[in-house]
Write a protein that binds this ligand. Sequence first.
Ligand code: SF4
Ligand code: SF4
Length: 168
Amino acid sequence: MQMVEFEFRNELIKEDFSLNYCYQCGTCSSSCPVALVTEGEYNPRKIIEQSLLGLKDLLIKDQKPNIWLCCTCQMCVEECPQNVFLTEIFERIKNRIVSEGEPYPETFKTQAISVIENGLAIPLTQPIIRRREQLELPKVESADINEIKKLLEATDFKKKIKILEVSK
Ligand code: SF4
Ligand code: SF4
């Protein structure tokens, strides 16, 4: 049986009050491409419902539905009739998973290391640059890596994401 944790629920609402406006219409799930390809196994409406009910263990420990499958495409946010900021709420839950030491996908750690090293989650490789030129997309300005490093150090980023050994 799942425990209802009111404190957790209230914290989520306090962090993003739009959570309170959800009336469970399911528009988010019907517009979500990940819900479509997983045949409903991934379900943003359910994540919001569990957040409203304070079902912390399901969200943080069991991770059912698997919140990491969200690709942050923002379709659900665009379509939600109640202007619920689903992706912002999901971000808070993901942060909570990491800060509570629960497992999270290696690929996110790899991206975090890339941000530390390159200032970008996906570094610009020559093939990416060439393809962007072919598609006549604007040049991506590179971030000031030294400033990013300073910010990450000031916010104790490595410790927060549980990466203790990172190549310089
Ligand atoms: S679309 Fe908005 S109101 Fe409807 S279930 Fe999803 S979050 Fe709730
Ligand atoms: S942002 Fe995430 S939950 Fe929303 S539609 Fe895209 S994949 Fe689905």
